[in-house]
Design a protein around this ligand. Structure first.
Ligand SMILES: [Fe+2]
Length: 196
């Protein structure tokens, strides 16, 4: 790894940049994994109950894709890279493999809740690692954390409400992360930067 100013600044402020990049890459892959499994799941949610849960899944799916998109520029700014191939087994939704044609909603809800909890835990840890040190990463992971907590709330609301009432479909997608999706392409994506 050659000279990378963003990384140097983060290290200077007392953050273990290598560990931070590892955590960010892990989260980016988890987000993409969740996006994939949500995509799969939404094709198997049928019937009244399935249809109601599908609306929650579609919103969470869109936001998880945005989380992936928002994380990647920061990873590269810090001199990190995504793996050349995508294993597709990361994230908390791997238990959704081999879904039956008609997904069993009561069986699936605990898997979704567990994955949401795992995301909240991971972003809380990232906030702790960067708080008061790496403000740029901290602001980003805090924005994602707000949306992960919202996913948890949507699922718990669904659990309490069931399919009796339609869920609100007027949700503003990625209210916290949207500004990071408009960020310019990081300097370190230029071939000469942050490389040996
Ligand atoms: Fe996410």
């Amino acid at each position: 790894m050659g000279r990378c100013v963003a990384r140097e600044l983060v290290e200077w402020s007392g953050v273990d940049a290598e560990r931070l990049v590892d955590l960010l890459v892990e989260r980016a892959l988890a987000e993409m994994g969740n996006y994939y499994y949500y995509t799969l799941l939404r094709m198997h949610l049928v019937g009244v109950e399935g249809d109601a849960l599908r609306r929650v899944v579609e919103d969470a799916r869109e936001e998880d894709r945005n989380h992936f998109e928002a994380l990647v520029p920061r990873i590269y700014e810090l001199g990190g890279r995504l793996p050349a191939t995508f294993a597709g087994e990361l994230g908390g939704l791997g238990d959704l493999r081999n879904l039956p044609a008609e997904a069993d909603v009561p069986q699936i809800l605990p898997i979704l809740l567990k994955a949401a909890e795992e995301s909240v835990r991971a972003y809380t840890q990232l906030c702790s690692v960067t708080s008061g040190k790496d403000n740029r990463t901290y602001n980003l992971v805090l924005a994602i954390l707000h949306e992960e907590i919202a996913h948890q709330v949507w699922l718990l609301e669904f659990l309490g409400r069931g399919a009796t009432e339609p869920s609100p479909r007027t949700r503003n997608i990625s209210p916290f992360v949207a500004p990071y999706l408009r960020a310019p392409r990081p300097v370190s994506l230029e071939p000469a930067a942050c490389t040996a």
